[in-house]
Design a protein. Sequence first.
Lengths: 567, 159
Amino acid sequence: MKLKGTQILFKVLEQEKVDTIFGYPGGAVLDIYDELYKTRLRHILVRHEQGAVHAADGYARASGQVGVCLVTSGPGATNTVTGIATANMDSIPMVVFTGQVSTALIGNDAFQECDITGITRPCTKHNFLVRNIEDLTETIRKAFWIARSGRPGPVLVDLPKNVMAAETEFNPEPPKRRKMDVAYEPVPETYEEILRMIQEAERPVLMIGGGIILGGASSELTAFARKLRLPVTGTLMGLGAFPGTDPLWLGMVGMHGTYYANMAVCNTDLLIIIGARCDDRVTSKIDCFASGAKIIHVDVDESSIEKNVAVDLALVSDAKRALGHMNRMIEDRHFEINTRKREDWLNRITDWKHQEPLMYEQDDRIIKPQYVIEKLYELTKGEAIITTEVGQNQMWAAQFYHFDRPHTFISSGGLGTMGYGLPAAIGAQCALPDKLVVDIAGDGSIQMNIQEMATAVQYNLPVKVVLLNNGFLGMVRQWQELFYEKRYSQTDMTYQPDFVKLAEAYGWVGLRTDSPAEVADMLKQGMNTPRPVLMDFRVDREEGVYPMVRPGAGISEMTLFPRKKCV
Amino acid sequence: MERKEHIISLLVKNAPDVLARIAGALGGKGYNIESLCVNATADYNVSKIVLTTRGNLATLNRIEKLLNKLIDVIQVDVVNPDRFVEKELTLAKIKIAEEFRSKIAVDIDSYKWKVVWLNGDYLILEVTADKDEMDQILQHLSELGMVEYTRTGTIVIER
Ligand SMILES: Cc1ncc(C[n+]2csc(CCOP(=O)(O)OP(=O)(O)O)c2C)c(N)n1
């Protein structure tokens, strides 16, 4: 069967079971968009290419499928870079198709030519420039395979105009591929060793990251931790991988982690890290991170192990297989832990928890941002899909909303990209049309991709924005407060649009309050409106996120919530 | 900390941007490539790259893992010098000065260097040696009127 490049693209997308793509047309992709017109594939027309990539990313995180984008050459392609880097840092499976000028023009500085494979080489898992029509089918298939396999990530495929217009024989049979990680079949002794170390440990802690969610290993992890009565903490990316309401859950670890999670990690004698790369926001000063402990690290990506933290035992494996295997070993034999010692340890953690819980001080005149999230949690019974922007809003969401299931907390962890939350919510809502999807936002971040409000309206996506409006670039302001003697250099954003009017202009419902008494009702009203709603909560302008590990300090040296009224 | 030289031998896809990926992966993380040799293997689709870099063992480990992650890299071998033969090649241009003429002739003979080009004023030598030896030879030649040289990176092959 002879097909044109443009036809092959959509044939392969169909074979890869892609049902939605996010994109924006332009000169170099006119032929592709013309072919799209003839298919039944759902295309979401965004208002900025960065929005397309974040939406595809949100779609991927909510559904576990590969997110797909299509944009034009030159500026269309360069506009995707922040989104691609965001997905790359958080290992999100994604394929981005960019248009390119004809191969004969490449290198000539042609109109809207840009070396996008060169630009994105360091921020993609891999990328391709398709130079020959004969390579097209195989390249697209390979792009999906690379995006999904091992440690997932974004793959960019650059499609020159003439290649897409050319014809070639299409082979509808996808080739059989080995799974990328079979090379790392771990030896049974390693599992034995891990279980033995857990058995011998007096104060073990399990620390999990996004790898559990990406690897679909949440139920295995939950069974494992419960069977062995292991307290569990997680990185920002790990939220939802273990039930946030389970008594074994300690909350988040790291710079804005809970007091008890950080204390547990500091006092543990065995830290088991699964699917986390241990960046500096997690470890803080590396010498103080689980310093007395033995460390086990399980990850699919060999290069994540021993990158920051020296380990005693490394296992290169996907989390699902490793945990599944160990769960069976525990079941098959009489496996005992020292219950008394374990309960002592868990009690000690509970004491830390009582001593210093996550807290804030409620006020009856001014809205506390944490209170808004607490109410949101109550009202949604923890069932909403939460996306976040970046900054204080993101940390409060991580602290005060509790995530019981994977794929329900969607946030830019590694890159910390402001402007991520709204397009990601749109993408998540496309994947899960029946779920309540809420972007917890700050007034700075939301303005970075505010244009996507139009996209939500066009496609009837009833996403909600809970805007914690402090009129500041809050997180930066907090650092200036703590470390720069309150010199608020360029962080005051009092000049802002009237968000309610803006919402209405876009065809959203806009709501506003500055009264704590109205918070619950306004949330209720917002959640019950079957349309996109922006809720502008005028919150305490100078509230801070606590606990906080100061930069350069060890994670046990936390600045705790400043209790003003407490005795 | 010890910053030893390490030799890494790679088999990679022979394609336009593969070297850029390798250089980018290492350079982007702050690792320097000190010497580099690339050419196609018997299979034209596959190139062999030998590169040298400096660092402690942890660095070497990280570099190896980074390279292994690249899709176009087929194989990564950290070269154990005890199991490999290692050579470099230099072309050295020497201005023939009267006072060194006989000394050069003697050296060419005893070290079995090859004269690959010659006129009345200059000669060009082809020299192969391992790295340390090459350092010494170049020092020696510079004292005998060497005006310019081109030196390849290290190449290796397993014994
Ligand atoms: C694209 C981008 N630019 C700059 C930053 C640096 N930054 C991190 S948090 C933050 C403030 C965010 O302010 P806002 O969205 O209002 O949220 P808040 O912290 O007030 O909740 C800034 C500027 C960033 N993370 N991303």
